[in-house]
Design a protein around this ligand. Structure first.
Ligand code: GCO
Length: 393
């Protein structure tokens, strides 16, 4: 048995993102994208899993299982549906969510921006608009008014993925895996926006702020060490370096990428187990991601803000999580400062381009009735949280 810090000394919980679970996020750029003729999205988010109305039940299921932290995002497109017009009703809604967490003994971890932008902002160019930083900052100042008793805030989710997507939309130089070089301008703008958000959060006096980075664990195929080191495309180093003076950094880990001697990602063979998102089953990634982030940030405390797998086989999800947590325990023994583990995801939800098919949830949701059914993995993770002991396989 491996021992880990138990709740309440460690944050043990799950993550979600507004657009993926709430439903009816009609003023967002992603909603527009889903409904465009010829959209590449497998389906539209629609009512998603109606967590906008059912968050009370969601928080209760999480707390009843023994988990003590819930990371969710507030939706900019709801809070500022038209430029400069802030919705009191939506701010009150998110304040009620925070209060619901606190009343249940659950630490709310609030993400200010999880991919989706208000449509008016996206139409002006989003992060590439000339006043992007000021526009985001004004939104952050507004959200700051509802953050009493919130102690952890994620400013921007996966800015490295956003930069990569903007890179792809501006250029056509994709590599073999279809990845684009991150857009340098988008990276720098987000870094500036993040710095301003961290200052605003710190000025509140009770909030610790960081951003969450998709950590892709770049490994070298035999003989490809140099090629791996030279692989400059969607690397997270720039974003981890920005995190060097932050209160914490969010580490999001799902997979690894192997770089071959030709300098390109190696496609995996048919013998490799794949998840429902088509990713390699590789739970060891988490420990490696933590050690990497620790090294590049120079030891900034870490919060695992996402880790999980899409599968219809919940027993396999438990295997994945156990092996990922074993890697986290080893990384902590090796000196990594980790303050919490938030599983992706609390609920089966809308997986962007792939629609509702890849199921990442600890809780299943019937999409016609919205009835929630906790999976065995929820109770399993709750037990690890309460006891701090990781059962052997
Ligand atoms: C991301 C997001 C989540 C995803 C999750 C699974 O990394 O894309 O933070 O919104 O749903 O990572 O792909």
């Amino acid at each position: 048995t491996i021992t880990l810090p138990a709740a309440p000394d460690f944050l043990w919980g799950a993550s979600t993102a507004a657009h993926q679970i709430e439903g009816g996020n009609v003023n967002s750029d992603w909603w527009a994208k889903e409904h465009q003729p010829g959209t590449l999205c497998a389906e539209s988010s629609g009512d998603a899993v109606d967590s906008y109305h059912r968050y009370g039940e969601d928080v209760r299921l999480l707390a009843d299982a023994g988990l003590n932290a819930y990371r969710f995002s507030v939706e900019w497109a709801r809070i500022e549906p038209a430029e400069g017009e802030f919705s009191r009703a939506q701010l009150d809604h998110y304040r009620r969510m925070i209060d619901t967490c606190l009343a249940a003994g659950v630490t709310p971890i609030v993400t200010l921006l999880h991919f989706t932008l208000p449509r008016w902002f996206a139409e002006r160019g989003g992060w590439l608009a000339p006043d992007a930083v000021d526009t985001y900052t004004r939104y952050v100042e507004t959200v700051a008014t509802i953050l009493d008793d919130v102690h952890q805030v994620v400013t921007i989710n996966e800015p490295n993925i956003t930069s990569m997507m903007l890179g792809a939309s501006r250029r056509t130089n994709l590599d073999a895996a279809g990845l684009a070089a991150p857009d340098q301008e988008a990276s720098e703008v987000q870094a500036k926006a993040h710095r301003r958000a961290v200052e605003i959060m710190r000025s509140l006096g009770h909030v610790r702020a960081g951003w969450s980075i998709a950590n892709q664990v770049f490994q070298a195929a035999p003989g490809a060490d140099e090629a791996r080191d030279a692989y400059a495309w969607p690397r997270e180093d720039f974003f981890l370096e920005v995190a060097r003076d932050d209160d914490f950094v969010g580490v999001q880990s799902y997979l690894r990428t192997i770089i071959g001697t030709d300098g390109e990602p190696v496609p995996f063979g048919d013998d490799v187990e794949k998840t429902l998102t088509g990713w390699e089953y590789y739970p060891q990634a988490l420990g490696e991601a933590l050690e990497y982030s620790h090294r590049i940030t120079g030891g900034v405390p870490m919060l695992v803000t996402e880790n999980g797998m899409a599968t219809a086989d919940d027993a396999r999800r438990i295997d994945y999580t156990r092996d990922a947590l074993a890697g986290m325990a080893r990384a902590m023994d090796a000196g990594c400062r980790v303050e919490g583990y938030l599983h992706w995801s609390l609920l089966d939800n809308y997986e962007w381009m792939s629609g509702f098919r890849p199921t990442f949830g600890l809780i299943a949701v019937d999409r016609s009735t919205f009835v929630r059914t906790p999976k065995p993995s929820l109770a399993w993770l709750g037990r690890v949280a309460r006891t701090g002991s990781l059962p052997a396989s």
